[in-house]
Write a protein that binds this ligand. Structure first.
Ligand SMILES: Nc1nc2c(ncn2[C@@H]2O[C@H](COP(=O)(O)OP(=O)(O)O)[C@@H](O)[C@H]2O)c(=O)[nH]1
Ligand SMILES: [Mg+2]
Length: 454
């Protein structure tokens, strides 16, 4: 009978100083706040634990440790004990419990790490793969192996580093470490995180099922998170393509600009919150909003269709609409009270269909809306943002500057946008409520299109 393993699975995150141990913790925890990260040795002085929770239960306990500094000297001591016949865990335990006080002081940091190696179920050994494979790293691994726990090397700083990576792989194989992962803690890739858990499954068979449960949950959660961010952008684009301001309202232009900028900020805020990033992770300047005057083309096929009219009988319909509009205008100028019977019915019908924007237009008001060029820019900014954030690790230290995105990809409007925009603009012709079928059709089409474009 197999018994369920004790949860949480305890993983010690170990390695030389400054290899990205705390960064790995942040990325796996989706927390920009865990620990302290600095490009200098000895930032993490103590062991700090954090939990990966699922439905109120801790599945994994990650323990961040100080970096191993003097591994060659440490290894000399451990080798001496091994020649006395002490092997594996006994060797480490003896070293921790029976060394002279001066030795314990000298290796204070290392002993904290060794204790965790002894206490945890497995070790994530983080490597700065830009580094040469030096003797000190070999000694470090040999010392950690004495804990007799599975070690999963995590190769960090993997970008543009193929040559050095293969040297590390060869060295690790020689040390008996064949399962390893490449995992960049700054440039996040969900597939790489999945592989990390899968490798742990093969190294820790007893934890196979809980790791699978966690993995499934993480995959579902990642999809939901991405979908939620895409929905934010879809709503932003629809809102901004359909917002109108009457010129009569005084500061119409500034009003419109402010609304667009505020709405973009709000969208950014929601996306950062959904992905568990902080406002400091992204910098962006105000969107240069331009406004266009809204021209309502009463006889455009899409407008006609929108009002349930058949474009094929446009002539007849045009006459009908014309009559309605005339009556409506008459009603407006004469005062509604002077309209009688059927005339009032037609006027009312037309007015209700076309909404207050049309009435404003018929009254000669100008209606401002956000122009296509601004919406194109808004789209490009949001795509750049999502493309970056979906691949950003929680350990990344430099803020993403949205305004610096000048690459070809960042400036190319993906195919199909004009079609989407046209569909969205049909909602502008008559204010459609956000819970209507029509509105939802446009939004869901747009979400699908955005998911493909990101
Ligand atoms: N470019 C890049 N920088 C990283 C990566 N991982 C960590 N860093 C940086 O390396 C430095 C040390 O990281 P830290 O997590 O504090 O290392 P620790 O001492 O092992 O905990 C910090 O400046 C990090 O921002 C990575 O994958 N890519
Ligand atoms: Mg650290």
């Amino acid at each position: 009978m197999t018994t369920s393993p004790a949860l949480p699975l305890k993983l010690a995150v170990v390695g030389h100083t400054n290899t990205g141990k705390t960064s790995l913790m942040r990325t796996l925890l989706r927390s920009v706040e865990f620990g302290e990260i600095q490009n200098s040795a000895g930032t993490t002085r103590h062991v700090e634990a954090a939990q990966i929770m699922l439905r109120g239960q801790s599945y994994i306990e990650l323990r961040d440790t100080p970096g191993l500094e003097d591994s060659v000297a440490l290894s000399t001591h451990l080798k001496a004990l091994q020649t006395q016949g002490l092997r594996g865990r006994a060797c480490l335990e003896h070293f921790i419990e029976n060394s002279a006080p001066a030795v314990l002081t000298e290796f204070e940091q290392e002993i904290k790490v060794l204790r965790q190696a002894l206490d945890c179920n497995a070790l994530l050994y983080v490597i700065d793969s830009r580094e040469e494979v030096l003797e000190k790293y070999r000694e470090e691994i040999l010392s950690l192996k004495l804990a007799s726990r599975p070690i999963l090397p995590v190769l960090n700083f993997i970008q543009d580093n193929a040559e050095q990576l293969s040297l590390w792989r060869a060295e690790l194989a020689e040390l008996g470490l064949h399962a390893l992962v490449e995992f960049d803690t700054v440039a996040f890739d969900f597939e790489a995180e999945k592989r990390l858990y899968q490798k742990l499954q093969t190294l820790l068979e007893a934890w196979y099922q809980p790791l699978q449960t966690l993995l499934d949950h993480r995959a579902a959660e990642w999809k939901q998170t991405c979908d939620a961010c895409i929905a934010q952008v879809a709503n932003l684009l629809v809102d901004m393509a359909t917002v109108t301001v009457s010129v009569d309202s005084g500061n119409a232009q500034t009003d419109l600009q402010n609304r667009v900028r505020q709405r973009e900020q709000e969208c950014l805020h929601n996306i950062l919150f959904t992905l568990k990033f902080s406002p400091a992770d992204v910098q962006m300047s105000n969107l240069p909003v331009r406004d266009g005057e809204w021209e309502l083309d009463l006889f455009a096929p899409e407008t006609l269709k929108r009002f349930g009219l058949d474009a094929a009988s446009a002539a007849a319909t045009g006459a009908a609409i014309g009559a309605g509009v005339d009556l409506l205008l008459a009603g407006l100028s004469l005062g509604t009270a002077s309209l009688t019977g059927a005339a009032l019915g037609t006027a009312w019908h037309t007015g209700r269909r076309y909404g207050k924007d049309l009435l404003a237009r018929l009254r000669g008001d100008k209606i401002l809306c956000v122009d296509d060029a601004t919406l194109n820019l808004l789209l490009l900014r949001q795509l750049s943002l999502l493309r970056h954030l979906f691949r950003r690790g929680h350990a990344a230290q430099t803020a993403f500057r949205l305004d610096d995105q000048t690459s070809k990809a960042a400036n190319k409007i993906p195919d199909g946008w004009q079609h989407q925009l046209r569909k969205i603009r049909t909602l502008l012709n008559a204010k459609v409520s956000a819970d209507s079928r029509e509105y939802n059709l446009v939004i869901s089409g747009l979400k699908n299109w955005l998911a493909g474009a990101v």
